[in-house]
Design a protein around this ligand. Structure first.
Ligand code: PPE
Length: 311
């Protein structure tokens, strides 16, 4: 990660090196944090944040499930995101990480007396799975780790602690020589990649697991489903058995960090990548994020620098 210059923390814009926390912060000990991953892209009209309001709405939902009221409103957080992108001069685009965590004050598992702190950082982050991945696809392996179940940790909340599950799967896949892990849920159906949603194409239909399959309801996923419908591609949300991936015409994964990334192998079964539907959806997606698609106006939040009060 390349250090940018400024991080927004609890309402103030701090130098990168000054954005520090107390080691006894609750969030560090118990993973009691909620966060977002958002991308901004460079457009002809300056940097624009992709689906910012949808990401902030998900942050609020994640916080609510953990009884963690955010001390800033949606519009304050939106202004703060703009300020971080602008003040760091990230005109070519960046990855933005808002995070809210239980701060310093109490130890133990009843956290409601600890403060909730909020920070927003941004940095340049290229292709998540390597530049080549977007062109020729990745090699994925079904993980031996199951995805967290609905009655273990709410899978639809984006909380810090739940990523221990993804980290175990990711490390296992790397040690095995693969690029990414795909996790099955408690019922043995396909859920998510370690940090992505998954789609398969068979006989011209796009299929993806439903929310009740323990997925994170991805914003890129929603984007791709909506673009596919516009393209006249039938979209089906249903449980997927692992062997369906081996026989798929196309497989791809989606995420803010991973974008729309083809999969060229699952468990060593080769898959044509990128296939024609993947390519078409990639084109629409990458046009949309840089302001060159009819849907861009709806999804892009162009960065305007809000005035900062005081000296
Ligand atoms: N599933 C999981 C488990 C997940 O972490 C992500 C995002 C998604 C699906 C896709 O969601 P969305 O970004 O809204 O389309 N993973 C984030 C974290 C990546 C990281 O390494 O950190 C991301 O893509 O920002």
């Amino acid at each position: 990660m390349k250090e940018a210059q400024k991080i927004w923390m609890n309402g103030e814009l701090l130098d990168w090196a000054d954005a520090q926390i107390q080691v006894l912060s609750h969030g560090l000990h118990y993973g009691s944090s909620v966060f977002e991953g958002i991308r901004a892209y460079g457009t002809d009209d300056g940097p624009a944040v992709f689906r910012l309001d949808d990401h902030l709405a998900r942050l609020e939902r994640s916080a609510a499930v953990y009884h963690m009221p955010l001390p800033f409103s949606r519009s304050e957080l939106r202004d703060a995101v703009h300020e971080v992108v602008a003040s760091n001069g990230l005109t070519e685009g960046c990855y933005i990480r808002p995070i809210a965590w239980r701060g310093y004050g109490v130890m133990g598992l009843y956290p409601l007396d600890a403060p909730v702190d909020v920070a927003i950082a941004a940095w340049e982050w290229g292709a998540y799975l390597g530049e080549e991945s977007l062109r020729s696809g990745i090699r994925a392996k079904i993980s031996s780790w199951r995805r967290i179940g609905h009655n273990t940790i709410p899978a639809t909340a984006k909380a810090g602690g739940q990523y221990l599950n993804s980290i175990l799967a990711k490390i296992e896949s790397h040690k095995g020589g693969y690029d990414e892990a795909l996790l099955l849920n408690e019922n043995g159906f396909v859920a998510d990649g370690s940090g992505e949603n998954l789609f398969l194409v068979r006989a011209g239909t796009l299929t993806t697991p439903p929310p009740q399959a323990s997925i994170l309801e991805g914003i890129t996923r929603a984007t791709v489903m909506s673009l596919a419908e516009e393209e006249g591609i039938p979209v089906s949300e249903r449980e997927i058995a692992r062997a369906e991936l081996y026989a798929a015409d196309e497989v791809f994964i989606t995420g803010t960090a991973a974008e729309v990334c083809p999969v060229r192998e699952v468990d060593d079964f080769p898959i044509d990548a990128p296939g024609p539907i993947t390519r078409r959806l990639q084109e629409r997606f990458f046009d949309a994020v840089v302001g060159r698609d009819p849907r861009s106006a709806e999804w892009l939040d162009y960065v305007t620098v809000p005035a900062r009060a005081g000296p």
